[in-house]
Design a protein around this ligand. Structure first.
Ligand code: TXA
Ligand code: MG
Length: 322
């Protein structure tokens, strides 16, 4: 495995060629780092599953360079999905659409739908464009972590998660810390009205404004085969507890205006919700690095991105109870 700092266009071309040669390339996006493979190559995609230790029936997001590519992968696309794509791509939004013949079972987990996203990151977009120049159609990429673990928001975190499992021809493109820090909003567009399957930076309010439909705020009761919708996910080794006070020796994450309880070990002090999202996963990782047994997290209040953070927090905190 090779980590590429300060990616040049030449580096990105080599990475696109590596993808063509059935190797994996981890790359930055604005949300979290992805572990990419050629989305039409069964052998390349199967490496994602073995490197991540991910169950085979969990579908993958296909990353594409622009809205133009959507029609290759999806059919019967509703008008509201096109509106969403026009407003929010490139951006932190994944659309679930009825799949075309192009989206094979090894991408969709055998489901009749496919997940598509245009990421808003220069390295990711250049990689997609260069890959297309080599005849590629899209890059399948889950978050670049072991199954169930915390998504990586830096290249160093990708090395920690997957470095030992990647082969010598496989690459990690270092684009620095991700600007959003939690995964994309997933919107099911296979029904009459869009539904949020995983909250993220594209909020219910934004979707309502674009589509004119009223979106249910909570996605809690929706049963879909999305790994992010399993009870336990995004978990560090430490026990994550949603709380209001920490004991001496516990890790502690809260907005900066909340003082650290006596003896608590402060892992992050965000001053805004955006910064909370950006720091959250790296703070959980830091707790593991310094071998804390427990991390107490103060939930952020409010809607939108705060709701997405609470969603991830609940899943991280679920680990020890199931
Ligand atoms: O921000 C993101 O979305 C990042 C970056 C790398 O793009 N990717 C990401 O991928 O979070 P992953 O695989 O860790 O999470 C994608 C989620 C999974 O929970 C998967 O089950 C769900 O999307 N998914 C994919 N295809 C689906 C489908 N056809 N129907 C329902 N859920 C789907
Ligand atoms: Mg993931």
């Amino acid at each position: 495995m090779k980590v590429i700092p300060n990616c040049t266009l030449d580096d990105i071309r080599k990475a696109a060629q590596a993808l063509k040669n059935e190797h994996l390339v981890a790359f930055p996006t604005e949300t979290v780092y992805g572990l990419g493979a050629d989305a039409v190559n069964a052998k390349a995609v199967s490496r994602i599953y073995s490197v991540k230790s991910r169950p085979k029936d969990h579908p993958l997001i296909v990353h594409i360079s622009s809205l133009i590519q959507l029609h290759r992968w999806a059919i019967d696309v509703p008008g509201y999905a096109i509106k969403l794509a026009k407003d929010f791509w490139p951006g932190p939004m994944t659309l679930i659409l009825k799949r075309s013949k192009f989206a094979k079972d090894f991408i969709t987990g055998g489901q009749d739908s496919v997940a598509l996203r245009v990421p808003d990151h220069l390295i990711a977009l250049d990689l997609l464009t260069e890959f297309e120049k080599l005849g590629g159609f899209g890059i399948a990429a889950p978050s670049a972590n072991r199954f169930g673990a915390v998504s990586p928001t830096t290249a160093e975190a990708v090395v920690d998660e997957l470095g030992e499992f990647l082969s010598e021809d496989e690459l990690i493109l270092n684009g620095g810390p991700c600007s959003i820090g939690i995964e994309s909003t997933i919107i099911d567009c296979t029904t009459k009205i869009p539904r949020i399957l995983r909250p993220g930076a594209i909020t219910a309010e934004m979707i309502e404004t674009t589509t004119g439909y009223k979106i249910p705020l909570s996605s809690k009761n929706i049963k879909v085969r999305a790994s992010g919708s399993l009870g336990s996910h995004y978990s560090p080794s430490a026990n994550v507890v949603i709380g209001t006070t920490a004991q001496p020796g516990d890790g502690f994450i809260a907005m900066e205006n909340i003082p650290t309880p006596t003896g608590g070990i402060r892992l992050a002090s965000p001053s805004s919700i955006n910064q909370y999202a950006r720091l959250f996963y790296s703070a959980l990782r830091e707790g593991d690095r310094i071998k804390l047994g427990k991390i107490v997290v103060f939930q952020p209040h409010g809607e939108g991105l705060a709701e997405a953070i609470r969603n991830r927090l609940e899943k991280a905190a679920n680990k020890k109870q199931i």
